[in-house]
Structures are given as C-alpha cells and as structure tokens.
Ligand binder design. Structure first.
Ligand code: SF4
Ligand code: SF4
Length: 371
C-alpha cells in the first residue's frame, strides 16, 4: 500500500517511472504446449530460447529480487517444467520469506508426474488412487503458494484443442482446477483461472464462467493479441462485445471476475490508457531484467532492452539504478501495445477511487495475472 500511495504522488508530479510493486520472474522459457496465440514461448520455440537457470543461479536471482520486493509472480514458459521448481518455491517461502508468492501454470503438470509414477510403480491403481495422487501432486505445488493461476481458456475440450490444450490434456487440467479449488481453504491459497478469449473459444466463455462460479474460482479474461494488439476479428465481433457486456453486468451482481470496470470497458472500446510499465518488472530465467517492459525489450531500439543481469549485482536497487542509467525513464503516453498484464495494474494505479471500490467488492486486486 505504501508503494501505491508513493506512486500516486509521483503521478501528480508527472513522474511516470513508478516504483515497482511486484516482480515477475520467468523461471523457464521452456513449455510443453504450443498455444496458437502464444507470441513468446511454446514448445515450437524450446530449442531457440534461453535454457533453464541452474538451481544456484535461480536462488541467487530470487535473493536479489527479494532485496527489493516482498511479492513475486513466478511464470514461464511453463514454470513446472523447471526441474527444481518445488525446491525454488520452498526456498522463496522459507528462506527468503516472500510475503506473497503466485504461480502461473498451464495446469498440465500439476498431476502428470504423479500419474507417471503411478503407471510405473502401481500398475494396479484404481481411479480412486489416481485421483488421490492427483490431489497430492497439486498439494505439493500449492503448499508454498499464496496464489495459483491456471491458464484455462474454456471447459469445452474441442474449443481448447483449437487454441491451446490438446484433448489428451483437457480433462486432466479441468480436473486439476476442480481439485485445486477444493484445497483453497485448507491450504491457504487463492485460485484463479486466466482465459484468453479467441474467436474459437468465445462461444464457450459462459460455461467457463459458470464453472468458476460453481467451484469458487476467480476468473480473469483477456482478448487474444496478435503482435501485441487485440485480434481484429474478435474485437469487431458483436458476440464478443455482448459477452463483455454480460461480464460487466455479472460482475456488478458479484460474480467472481477479476479486472476492474475500467479494464472491462476498455476490452470493448479499446480506449488508449496511460501505461506504467515499471509497476511489474520482468526478469528472464538467466537473470536479465527486461526494462522498461517486455514488449519494448523484444522490439529492441533505444527505449528498452535487457538492461542488467541480476547475477551481476548485489541488490535490486543497484539493478534498478543501472537499468535507468542505461535506458532512461519510462516512456510517456506509450500506446505501442495492448497487454492486459500491463493495462490493469496501470489503470488501477491511476484510479484510486476505483481501486478502493474494487477492494470493497472483495476483489483480489493483486490477482490480475501479469503474463
Ligand atoms: S502454456 Fe503459456 S507459455 Fe506455453 S505455449 Fe501456451 S501461452 Fe505459451
Ligand atoms: S504500452 Fe506496451 S510497449 Fe508501451 S510501455 Fe506499456 S507495456 Fe510497454
């Protein structure tokens, strides 16, 4: 909260290089899926991307992050593909004592390792055993988490197979989400689903929302983007607009929907917003800080890039200073992209009244998935 208020004062002074509020660590770029809309990773790119950091390097990167943050999001690629992910989560929780740890996963590996062990060690296992092992495996992931976010675009296996999840995985992931939902109270974490809306999944979004309502899961939504902008056929479709209008109406009635009203409205009319990319800095698997934001780092040029490696500094403050010396202040009035993970935190930072309203509605304001 202190940083939020400090940033409000910065904005009144016209200083847009806001203090970061949460760090996002891409612990691996490897992924076991090939989502049609993925512009960054995916198994088709596994051979081109940075390899996983060693356990020691990953721990050092986490230590430097901890010197500047109490909150961290761990993502990928698929973070559960990092061979020591459970050890890293335990390290972040027990040694580094992060106050809040969130993990974004595609959900496929929440139970598959347990299933694999079962098939090799207990060939006579029953369905009940399989389910128990699935639950045990979910527990081993969530025990050091405050928030688990599963990327699930639909609960219609056919629609999923067109964009993200092969049918082989669909039932497994839907089941994992259901089981994880039941563990929220006993294991002290929050679960949300993050869905990318595409023309192929649009017809099934109402069923996904009903699934979330029935299972006590929050839902966050973003339109598919192509080259960092929303997919044209989607945002120009009447069906899409009608769905978002419905979502707004349901949120007003208390449905578990993440994303503020300004954000949801923006999904319809695409109003430009003032972006504050430094609110949630991205750190790559090998420790490089993407400054001021991942889209600018990927674009290259003078405004941004891989500014500093956290393995070469002692503290986060040192890294942040080096990054600003290299690339300067954050850009003003940038409308170069439309990434939900930058949009919602920026909108909330600039609208304190709406921020308070969301809090009063009981919305998990830190739950909006930075991808
Ligand atoms: S699961 Fe995530 S990282 Fe992997 S291909 Fe899909 S969108 Fe990309
Ligand atoms: S709009 Fe996109 S490119 Fe521009 S600062 Fe924000 S995240 Fe970066």
């Amino acid at each position: 909260m202190f940083t939020y208020i400090k940033n409000l004062f910065k904005l009144t002074r016209g200083d847009l290089t806001l203090a970061p509020r949460v760090a996002v660590y891409y612990v691996t770029m490897q992924c076991n899926l090939n989502c049609a809309y993925c512009e960054d990773f995916g198994s088709r790119r596994n051979h081109q991307v940075t390899q996983n950091p060693s356990l020691e390097d990953a721990k050092k990167i986490l230590r430097v992050i901890r010197s500047g943050f109490s909150r961290i999001w761990i993502t990928g690629g698929e973070p559960l593909m990092h061979p020591q992910i459970l050890e890293l989560l335990a390290y972040a929780r027990h040694e580094l004592k992060f106050r809040e740890i969130s993990l974004i996963t595609n959900g496929t590996l929440l139970s598959s390792k347990a299933r694999k062990n079962l098939t090799t060690e207990h060939t006579e296992s029953t369905e009940k055993d399989l389910l128990k092992n699935s639950v045990d495996s979910v527990i081993s992931v969530v025990e050091n988490l405050d928030r688990l976010i599963i990327s699930l675009d639909s609960i219609d296996p056919h629609a999923l197979s067109l964009v993200s999840l092969p049918q082989l995985h669909a039932e497994n992931v839907i089941n994992n989400a259901r089981e994880a939902a039941k563990l929220q109270k006993t294991h002290g974490f929050k679960l949300s689903l993050n869905a990318v809306i595409t023309p192929e999944t649009l017809h099934s979004m109402d069923d996904l929302l009903n699934f979330c309502i029935e299972n006590n899961i929050w839902l966050s939504l973003s339109p598919q983007s192509v080259n960092n902008l929303p997919r044209y056929e989607l945002v120009t479709s009447e069906e899409y607009r009608a769905f978002i209008e419905r979502i707004i109406a349901l949120k007003k009635r208390g449905a578990p929907i993440l994303g503020s009203f300004p954000y949801l409205k923006m999904l319809i009319d695409q109003t430009p917003y003032e972006c504050y990319p430094t609110l949630a800095p991205r750190i790559m698997p090998d420790g490089w800080l993407a400054y001021p934001c991942r889209p600018m780092e990927k674009a290259g040029g003078e405004q941004g890039g891989l500014a500093v490696n956290l393995l070469d500094v002692k503290t986060w403050d040192e890294a942040w200073r080096v990054a600003q010396e290299k690339y300067g202040s954050a850009p003003t009035l940038c409308v170069s992209c439309f990434q939900q993970c930058y949009a919602e935190p920026s909108l909330m930072q600039a609208r304190p009244i709406e921020y308070v309203r969301e809090k009063l509605r009981g919305v998990d304001l830190s739950g909006y998935a930075p991808g």
